[in-house]
Design a binder for this molecule. Structure first.
Ligand code: DGL
Length: 266
């Protein structure tokens, strides 16, 4: 039987999944977490579906070997391309993330929304099924913006280069009167300040991370797997390459605590 105090496994191609991690940590403060950043293989958005499945299986096995009780795929690209295969292959609950089309379409007043995501997500069947199911009469503009992943991996938020790239993507959307911009990649919440300098406050940025944290809580409660308040919380960060981008971002968003451990080239 799984121990309730076993960790939650969270993975992404890199630092982006930290935007999901911080929501889970906020909502479930007693939970231990193992976070895996596959930055040696980042970006996933340019890889074939077979490659993304292969990386995701390897990481899932590693998280299971570390005793994880549930796995959160904190990556739209890996969810879109691999979650069905993972669910068939591994006997553990998975939570995935897909761009928040429904939330944006329901709340749009202009009837025009845009989705900013990687090529891998936008071409996937899973994403396109979701888009067709939930967009209704709303016009949905798809924007492939994989190069923003590197900006975040390299810690280049707030730079002139980041501003230029964002203007290139977002200025044309403003001319088409979007009122919602869906952050369809977990790296993009780390660009919110930069994005807002282009959109102003008029456009609402939709990030599904809080909903993913709620979904994780719901499944843990349903399966009687919620950690006790006496749990000796541990957060372990692993990376398949250089650990520094991860350490820097964690330091920035949460500060580094005594219960956090970092290991690289794992
Ligand atoms: N953070 C990822 C996502 O949500 C992956 C980005 C990438 O590696 O291309 O899609």
């Amino acid at each position: 039987m799984t121990n309730i105090n076993n960790p939650i496994g969270v993975f992404d191609s890199g630092v982006g999944g930290l935007s999901v991690w911080q929501e889970i940590d906020r909502l479930l403060p007693y939970e231990s977490i193992v976070y895996y950043a596959d930055n040696a293989n980042c970006p996933y958005g340019e890889k074939t579906q077979m490659e993304v499945i292969e990386y995701s299986c390897k990481i899932t096995q590693l998280l299971i070997d570390k005793g994880c009780k549930i796995i959160v795929i904190a990556c739209n690209t890996a969810t879109s391309q691999a979650i069905d295969y993972l669910r068939k292959t591994f006997d553990i609950p998975f939570v995935g993330i897909v761009p928040a089309v429904k939330q944006a379409a329901i709340n749009s007043k202009t009837g025009v929304i845009a989705i900013l995501a990687t090529a891998g997500t936008l071409k996937s069947k899973k994403f396109n099924d979701t888009r067709k199911e939930f967009s209704g009469n709303t016009e949905v503009i798809l924007v492939e913006a994989g190069e923003l992943v590197d900006i975040v991996e390299n810690g280049q938020q707030g730079t002139e280069q980041s501003g230029k790239i964002l203007s290139k993507y977002i200025d044309p959307l403003m001319k088409r009167h979007i009122d919602h911009l869906v952050l369809g990649c977990t790296h993009f919440p780390f660009l919110i300040e930069d994005i807002k300098t282009v959109t102003g406050d008029y456009v609402i940025l939709d990030d599904p991370a809080p909903a993913i944290a709620k979904r994780t809580k719901f499944i843990l409660e349903n399966e009687n797997l919620t950690a006790s308040s006496e749990n000796k919380k541990q957060i372990e960060f692993f990376s398949s390459g250089d650990i520094e981008p991860l350490r820097n971002l964690v330091e920035n968003i949460a500060g580094i605590k005594s219960w956090m451990n970092f290991s690289e080239r794992y």
